[in-house]
Design a protein around this ligand. Structure first.
Ligand code: NAD
Length: 497
C-alpha cells in the first residue's frame, strides 16, 4: 500500500518511524498509509530549513516573488489533480475543492507583491544630518501546523507569504489528508524554489511538540481546534517563539423579521451544510428574532433541505460529502441525539443517510434542530458537521447578547433590510469577521483572517497585512553622515530634535 512520506531538503522521503491509516471517507476504506515523523525526522527538516535560510534571506524579494508567480501558474495547471487528492482524502465535492484551491491561489497572488510590501519606511533629516528607516527582516525558520478541513487553502494562507518575506518553512499538515501538501511542495520545487526553503513533515503530536520546542524555530502559525490552539500558543510562547494560533468556532446568523427570507434560507443552506459543515466559518446557528420569523425560516429551510444531495466527491452534482472519519460521524450523531435528550426539537434528522454505492462511507445528512437553548451541548460546543441549530430570541439585543456571551468569536452574519440595525450589529458584536447579508464573510487575501475571543490566540491574524507583520520583524536604523568639518562634543541630555 502506498505510504505518503515527507518532503525534506528537496527530496521526498518515506522514512517512517510509524505509519497511520489514511481513509477515503466516501467509501470508509483505508486507501493509503501516512508516515508519522519522529523527533529525528522533524529535526532533519528544521536543520534543512535553517541551512537554506542563510542564502534565502538574502535572495532579492523580486526573485522570490518570481518563483511564486510560477507556482501560481502550476497550481492552476494542476488544479484537477489537487482537487482529486483533496476529494479522495477529505471527501469534499470537486466544486468545493476548487473553491478552496482558488481562495488559496488568491494568497499566492498576494504573496507575489512582496517586493512592494517589504519596502519599509524611510524618513530623511530626523536630526541634523541624520536619516532613519525601518526595514522588515525575515524571522528565520517558521513552522506551520494545519487542520484537515482545508488541506490546500490553509497551508496556502501561510507558507507563500512566509517564504516571500525571506523565511524558510516547515509545514506539518493534518495526518488525515496528508497528500496535498506533498504535491504543493513538488510544485514549488518545479517553480524553482531552492531545496530546504519549504519542507513538509507528516505526523502527529510528536512532530508538533518537536516544532514547538526546537530553539531553531522562530515562529509558529497554527490553525485547528481551540484546545490544541491554546496548547500550541502556550507551549510555543513559553519557548520564546512568536505564535498565532487560530481555533474553533460557533458562527451565528441573526435572522431579523424584515430579512429577505428566501435569500437568507438560500445563503444559510450553503453556509451551514457546504463541506458537511466542516468549515471554521460554517454558519451553524440561526438566531431568529421573534417566533413569526422562526416559523417562516424553519418552514422554508426544511423545504429547501429536501433537495440536499449528499454523496461522493467525484459526482459534482452532490452538494456535500462525508465527514472526515467514522469517529467524527459518531460524534456528530451524538450531538444530534443529545439535542433531543436536552429538550430541542429535531426537525430534519440527517443521521444514517442512504448513499447508494457508498454504504460504508462516513455520511451525515443535513440536520435542522429547533428550540435550541444556551447550555445545551449542541449549542456550547463546535459540532463541525452538517447540523443547523435554530435559537428563538425575543429581540435583536437578546440575539446579540447570546453571540457575545459565546466562547467563540470567529464569524457571524445578520440578515436584514435595515441598515441601521446592520450598522449597530457590526459596531457592537464581539466577533472578528462579520457579514451583512453575506453568510461566509471570509476576508479576501489582501485583508486578514482571524476571529476574536477563543477563536484566536495571539495578536495577529493570518495572511494579508497581518501575515506580513507576523512573518517579519522590524529593524529601525538611524544613520548619520555629518557634513565635513562639523564637530559635536559629548551630549549628556537625552537626544531630541
Ligand atoms: P485539530 O486541532 O485536531 O488538528 C490541527 C493540527 O493539530 C493537526 O495538524 C494535528 O495533527 C495537530 N494536533 C492534533 N492533536 C494534537 C495534540 N494533542 N498536540 C499537538 N498537535 C495536535 O483540528 P482538525 O480536527 O484537524 O481541524 C478542525 C478544527 O480546526 C475545527 O475546530 C475548526 O474550527 C478549526 N479550524 C479553524 C480555522 C480558523 O481559521 N480559525 C480554520 C480551519 C479549521
Amino acid at each position: 500500500m502506498n505510504t505518503v512520506g515527507h518532503f525534506i531538503n528537496g527530496s521526498t522521503t518515506e522514512a517512517a518511524e510509524r505509519t497511520q491509516d489514511v481513509f477515503n471517507p466516501a467509501t470508509g476504506t483505508v486507501s493509503k498509509q501516512v508516515a508519522i515523523a519522529g523527533k529525528a525526522t522533524v529535526e532533519e527538516a528544521v536543520a534543512a530549513a535553517q541551512e537554506a535560510y542563510k542564502s534565502w534571506r538574502n535572495t532579492q524579494p523580486a526573485k522570490r516573488a518570481r518563483i511564486m508567480f510560477k507556482f501560481r501558474q502550476l497550481l492552476e495547471d494542476n488544479a484537477e489533480k489537487i482537487c482529486a487528492l483533496i476529494g479522495e482524502e477529505h471527501g469534499k465535492i470537486s466544486h468545493d475543492a476548487m473553491g478552496e484551491l482558488t481562495r488559496g491561489i488568491d494568497n499566492v497572488e498576494f504573496a507575489c507583491g512582496a517586493p512592494q510590501m517589504l519596502k519599509g519606511e524611510h524618513s530623511r533629516n530626523v536630526g541634523p544630518d541624520i536619516d532613519s528607516w525601518s526595514e522588515m527582516q525575515p524571522l528565520g525558520v517558521v513552522a506551520g501546523i494545519t487542520p484537515f478541513n482545508f488541506p490546500a487553502m490553509v497551508p496556502l494562507w501561510m507558507f507563500p507569504l512566509a517564504i516571500v518575506c525571506g523565511n524558510t518553512f516547515v509545514l506539518k499538515p493534518s495526518e488525515r489528508d496528508p497528500s496535498c501538501s506533498l504535491l504543493l511542495a513538488q510544485l514549488l520545487q518545479e517553480a524553482g524554489l531552492p531545496d530546504g526553503v519549504f519542507n513538509v513533515v507528516n505526523g502527529d503530536k510528536v512532530a508538533v511538540d518537536t516544532l514547538l520546542t526546537d530553539p531553531r524555530v522562530e515562529a509558529v502559525s497554527f490553525v485547528g481546534s481551540t484546545p490544541i490552539a491554546e496548547y500550541v500558543y502556550a507551549t510555543a510562547t513559553a519557548h520564546g517563539k512568536r505564535c498565532q494560533a487560530l481555533g474553533g468556532a460557533k458562527n451565528h446568523a441573526i435572522i431579523m423579521p424584515d430579512a429577505d427570507m428566501d435569500n437568507a434560507v438560500a445563503a444559510l443552506t450553503g453556509a451551514a451544510f457546504g463541506s458537511s459543515g466542516e468549515r471554521c466559518m460554517a454558519l451553524s446557528v440561526a438566531v431568529c428574532v421573534g417566533d413569526e420569523a422562526a416559523d417562516r425560516f424553519i418552514d422554508k429551510m426544511s423545504t429547501a433541505m429536501q433537495d440536499l444531495k449528499v454523496g461522493a466527491y467525484s459526482d459534482s452534482s452532490n452538494d456535500f460529502g462525508p465527514v472526515i472519519t467514522e469517529a467524527h460521524m459518531n460524534k456528530v450523531n451524538g450531538y444530534i441525539a443529545s439535542a433531543a435528550e436536552q429538550g430541542a426539537t429535531i426537525v430534519v434528522d440527517g443521521r444514517n443517510p442512504k448513499v447508494a454505492g457508498f454504504e460504508n462511507g462516513f455520511f451525515v445528512g443535513g440536520t435542522l434542530i429547533d428550540n435550541v437553548k444556551a447550555g445545551m451541548a449542541c449549542y456550547e460546543e463546535e459540532i463541525f458537521g452538517p447540523v443547523l441549530l435554530v435559537v428563538r430570541a425575543d429581540s435583536m439585543e437578546q440575539a446579540m447578547q447570546m453571540i457575545n456571551d459565546h466562547e467563540y468569536g470567529n464569524g457571524t452574519c445578520i440578515f436584514t433590510r435595515d441598515g441601521e440595525a446592520a450598522r449597530y450589529f457590526s459596531d457592537n458584536i464581539l466577533v472578528g469577521m462579520v457579514g451583512i447579508n453575506v453568510p461566509l464573510p471570509v476576508p479576501v487575501a489582501y485583508h486578514s483572517f482571524g476571529g476574536w475571543k477563543r477563536s484566536l490566540f495571539g495578536d495577529l491574524g493570518t495572511y494579508g497585512p497581518d501575515g506580513v507583520r507576523f512573518y517579519t520583524k522590524r529593524k529601525t536604523i538611524t544613520q548619520r553622515w555629518p557634513s565635513s568639518g562639523v564637530r559635536e562634543g559629548a551630549q549628556f541630555s537625552f537626544p531630541s530634535n
